[in-house]
Design a protein around this ligand. Structure first.
Ligand code: F6P
Length: 343
């Protein structure tokens, strides 16, 4: 029986388990044996696998996270590791690998394809929604719904105390989460990496709002938002295995500046990993399921080097290289819509 391996890499996100379930269920129907690789690329360096049958995926559809575990291991960090991963893929006797991940996991998949294991199909995952060639990645819808609910909650406390509350949201170098959660949650100012922060404008918007009788405001800031001089705020200097900085801290900085410049009492709330945890929304369950079934279809058709993607309401395939080539940043038109409600 031909074997398909599946792994989930880097940050977990709601919708991974629906993908795994769909790959297993449709793979079995198509006559494949499915092997789960544990903890992302780390599992391929260590040949750490588990068989995935019907009972292994029973009941996982509503569960957040990933039953396979994940890691931030970069399999292409050294030539030695790349060689080992390729050897292990062959040793495991896999006809194909389904790599479920974002820019880094799929970037590594692209390198492995060129280094000796071409039979890889990608599935786009990330709460950040920053992968090109797909309208949405699964995980994003859950993240913005969670963030929206938090913004609703912050509204009632901000209003009662007549405060400004700065909510710091995730999203790395793209402002999708901040922008869409901010619009849905009625934010009074939204700051995203794509539009440099002008502190004078931020404070003017807040003052304008308060001059018409409002006594509270909600400011949403994306963790990767940058100031006009290109400064971004990071948590530590150290880079991860893929060369990324750890973002975070801009909310605290902004809250301090806003209070200093406007005189309004200001607090900060960092939503952090709450945005990534918990049960996927119906949208993410359906998208993950459709992606998983399509990924098996691509393996069956031997369309390797491809990634499943959402275009409008159709599931299509694109090349992994195209998808990881450029970061998908926010639609400026959407930001203009958000701006109507500033101040
Ligand atoms: O890429 C998903 C994401 O949640 C980003 O929004 C965030 O910057 C990063 O991962 C956080 O990484 P970690 O879980 O390693 O702290």
């Amino acid at each position: 029986m031909s074997k398909i391996g599946i792994l989930t890499g880097r940050g977990d996100c709601p919708g991974l388990n629906p993908v795994i379930r769909a790959v297993v269920r449709s793979g079995i129907v198509e006559g494949y044996e499915i092997i789960g690789i544990k903890n992302g690329w780390k599992g391929l360096l260590e040949c750490d696998t588990i068989p995935l049958n019907m009972s292994a995926v029973s009941g996982i559809l509503p569960k957040g996270g990933t039953i396979l575990g994940t890691s931030r291991t970069n399999p292409c960090k050294s030539e030695e590791d790349t060689k080992k991963v390729i050897e292990n893929l062959k040793k495991l006797g896999l006809e194909a690998l389904i790599a479920v991940g974002g820019e880094d996991t799929l970037g590594a998949a692209s390198k492995l394809i060129k280094s000796g294991f071409p039979n890889i199909v990608g599935v786009p995952k990330t709460i950040d929604n920053d992968l090109s060639c797909t309208d949405y990645t699964f995980g994003f819808d859950t993240a913005i719904n969670v963030a929206m609910e938090c913004l609703d909650r912050l509204h009632t406390t901000a209003e009662s105390h007549h405060r400004i509350i700065v909510a710091e949201l995730m999203g790395r170098h793209a402002g999708w989460i901040a922008l869409e959660a901010g619009i849905a949650g009625g934010a009074d100012v939204i700051l995203i990496p794509e539009v440099p922060i002008d502190m004078d404008e931020v404070c003017a918007s807040i003052k304008k709002r308060h001059s018409r009788g409002k006594t509270f405001s909600i400011v949403v800031v994306a963790e990767g938002a940058q100031f006009k001089d290109k400064t971004i705020i990071t948590q530590e200097e150290k880079l991860d295995a893929f060369g990324h900085v750890r973002l975070g801290g801009i909310g605290e900085f902004l809250a301090h500046e806003i209070e200093k410049r406007t005189g309004y009492e200001t607090r900060v709330s960092v939503l952090g990993h709450i945005q990534r945890g918990g049960s996927p929304t119906a949208f993410d369950r359906v998208l993950g399921t459709r992606f998983g079934v399509k990924a098996v279809e691509l393996v069956k058709e031997k369309k390797f080097g491809k990634m499943v993607a959402l275009s409008g309401n159709r599931i299509i395939d694109v090349t992994i290289d195209e998808a990881v080539g450029t970061l998908k940043t926010v639609d400026k038109e959407l930001y203009e819509i958000a701006k109507v409600f500033f101040g």
